[in-house]
Design a protein around this ligand. Structure first.
Ligand code: FEO
Length: 397
């Protein structure tokens, strides 16, 4: 049975959602599922924008056939070759050998790499090329590294619709409400949108900024991403979020405390630090145990907040592994422009503070406030933390 939805009179949603997958890209937990979006334009020509992940193939093909009705498929536009969107491409072409694949030269190369053959009908496009489908004219714009090098976007100049590939996407399955203005996005979706953006595309802030500059020149009325809801209202709010994330500026002036604690003593010090900061007027402090919080959320929180406290036990003469891994992931995502305070613990040779500082000094524009607060085994009074709490609170003013 098909489950399509009309976005406009002649643009039909033919994607589907997966709530069974535990880990997106086999690494990111998606408790709220994920949608794999695909769109069919019915003009004088029929145009399918992307295919889907294999997990939703059955629903996707039922949707495409229903949306096409008795018509054939004239064009398949491939914006992105990652298998969450292109796994069903070869099957689609078996069903519709009449379709011409429209994509970048690099995507064509990836089709060969993934499927071992080229489409019979292939049209490679580059920046500014257009395709007239009847009353709709499509303009193609390149978006390399958002999120792979072959990525492009399509702008429907007739309706002002941007088919944005991975950009402006989010984790989260769709539940009937296909438009962002039909869900409580600011309350219920934004954390997953941030976690999706930061972890998937966060490393490529420069490339995202380039796309945002191009987008600013287009009269965009609607954004159709490859994951998550379609945007037809309040576009500026979501574009602004991406501008903040991709420029590596903090989203919130706020404190996030992340600790790695073997037996709970480093945790106790981190939580005492939280209290000392609260006593100095800092509101909305968030604290996370790095051993019990998924890395993707920790990284996203470090992008959200302006001020981060890292507390780590010394372990094998190094940084307790969860915090060591967090620092490696932050570095991999080009994390920068933040203010940090450090707390270390070690029963005989505290090392974690020095080692965390070394890692942070390799990142861009990280300000480390004051001296590292050092405890040996356990905290017995506020003295090791007081000066750091004072300086850290002052740095927020
Ligand atoms: Fe949703 Fe980069 O694929």
């Amino acid at each position: 049975m098909h489950n399509t939805q009309n976005i406009t009179d002649n643009l039909i949603y033919v994607g589907a959602s997966d709530r069974r997958l535990a880990l997106f890209e086999n690494i990111y937990p998606i408790a709220r599922g994920v949608s794999y979006n695909s769109y069919l334009l019915r003009d004088e020509k029929t145009v399918l924008f992307d295919t889907t992940d294999a997990s939703v193939a059955h629903q996707f093909f039922a949707n495409v056939e229903h949306a096409l009705g008795s018509r054939g498929l004239d064009y398949l536009v491939v914006h992105h070759m990652e298998p969450d969107h292109a796994a069903t491409l070869a099957d689609l072409l078996l069903r519709h050998p009449e379709a011409t694949v429209v994509c970048t030269a690099k995507a064509a190369q990836m089709i060969q790499q993934f499927f071992g053959c080229q489409p019979e009908k292939l049209m490679t496009v580059k920046e500014g090329d257009t395709l007239c489908c009847g009353s709709h004219t499509l303009t193609f714009t390149m978006a390399p590294m958002v999120h792979w090098p072959e990525v492009m976007m399509t702008f429907d100049t007739t309706t002002g619709t941007l088919f944005s590939a991975d950009a402006f996407g989010t984790f989260g399955a769709l539940s009937g409400n296909i438009f962002a203005d039909e869900v409580n996005f600011e309350q219920e979706w934004i954390n997953d949108a941030r976690r999706y953006y930061i972890n998937i595309v966060g490393k490529y802030g420069v490339q995202v900024q380039n796309v945002l500059k191009k987008a600013a020149t287009l009269p965009i009325k609607m954004i159709c991403p490859l994951h998550g809801p379609v945007w037809r209202k309040n576009l500026g709010w979501f574009i602004d979020k991406h501008n903040t994330w991709s420029s590596y500026e903090p989203e919130d002036k706020a404190v996030v405390i992340i600790y790695g604690s073997v037996y709970g003593n480093t945790e106790a010090a981190a939580m005492r630090m939280a209290t000392l900061l609260a006593q100095r007027g800092i509101a909305n402090i968030k604290a996370y145990d790095a051993s019990h919080t998924d890395m993707s959320l920790l990284v996203a929180e470090c992008f959200r907040a302006s001020h981060i406290v890292l507390a780590a036990s010394t372990y094998n003469n190094g940084i307790f592994t969860p915090i060591e891994n967090l620092l490696a992931d932050l570095k991999a995502h080009a994390w920068q422009r933040r203010t940090v305070a450090l707390i270390e613990n070690g029963s005989w040779a505290p090392q974690s503070g020095k080692l965390m500082r070394t890692e942070l000094e390799q990142m861009k524009d990280i300000t480390i406030v004051g001296d590292t607060a050092t405890l040996k085994s356990a905290l017995h009074d506020d003295e090791p933390l007081t000066a750091l709490a004072e300086a850290f609170a002052a740095s927020m003013k």
